[in-house]
Write a protein that binds this ligand. Structure first.
Ligand code: 13P
Length: 248
């Protein structure tokens, strides 16, 4: 049976208090499409307000530290994002792997930390353009998945997001056949890593998804949803993606 579609907006470093109304607008579109799981990950500063204003809508974080507490200036723990009201966190986004030198081992530890706090995790993987051109895309992504894979993984709390680095924020989207190949490879790798439960783990596609291409991407086998950046910032842009998921 196909998995329920999961459409997640990653606001990255965008959003001041004024944009809380966009989250409310997105939450009401989501409420009209109960067959789809939708969520927004605003900056950590907006999590508590977004949760208190939209009780029935899922709000996530974009990262957290793997340690419970301590001398980590500027970081937040899994317990902190939970207390703010987040129900899950994106982890290992390529922007963090690149800018913050996050390793697979860091991402694995973060996933185990969020799970220990009763939160869900979306682990991001994806190849660079150089890696794709060199024919290494599947090996790189499966290697990241293996290295980042948490102990105790279960579809109840774990989601994978395939985000080709070269498709993020560029308007470039891979061919459907390439998305299909990668998602099938991720599904197979999940099978090796966790056995029977692998089919229920949702695998999202991310990278320049928008209202115009969502239907085609969401129709690809093993694409169980989307992780959306730029097109998640307003209800006008994000709504059509939720609608495409509902129609898929
Ligand atoms: O990185 C992404 C989501 O995490 C994708 O970003 P864009 O949708 O802006 O390409």
């Amino acid at each position: 049976m196909a998995n329920r579609k999961y459409i997640v907006g990653n606001w990255k470093m965008n959003g001041l208090n004024d944009q809380l109304s966009d989250i409310a607008d997105i939450a009401s579109i989501a409420a009209n499409h109960p067959s789809v799981d939708a969520a927004i990950c605003p900056p950590v500063t907006l999590i508590a307000s977004a949760v208190s204003q939209n009780a029935a809508f899922s709000i996530g974080a974009q990262d957290c530290h793997f340690n419970e507490k301590g001398a980590h200036t500027g970081c937040v723990s899994a317990a902190m994002i939970k207390q703010a009201g987040a129900s899950f966190s994106i982890l290992g986004h390529s922007e963090r792997r690149a800018d913050q030198h996050e390793t697979d081992a860091d991402v694995k530890a973060k996933a185990e930390a969020v799970h220990a706090n009763g939160l869900g995790a979306i682990i991001c993987v994806g190849e660079t353009e150089e890696e794709r051109d060199a024919g290494q895309a599947v090996d790189v992504v499966c290697g990241q998945l293996q290295g980042s894979f948490p102990n105790g993984a279960d579809a109840k709390w774990l989601t994978i997001a395939y985000e080709p680095v070269w498709a993020i924020g560029t308007g470039r989207v891979p061919e459907a056949a390439d998305v299909e190949e990668m998602h099938a490879a991720i599904r197979q790798k999940l099978g090796e890593l966790m056995g029977d439960g692998a089919d229920a783990v949702r695998i999202l596609y991310g990278g320049s998804m928008n209202g115009g291409n969502a239907a085609e991407l969401l129709a690809v086998p093993n694409v169980d949803g989307g992780l959306v950046g730029g097109a998640s910032l307003t209800a006008e842009k994000f709504g059509p993606i939720i609608e495409a998921a509902a129609a898929s």
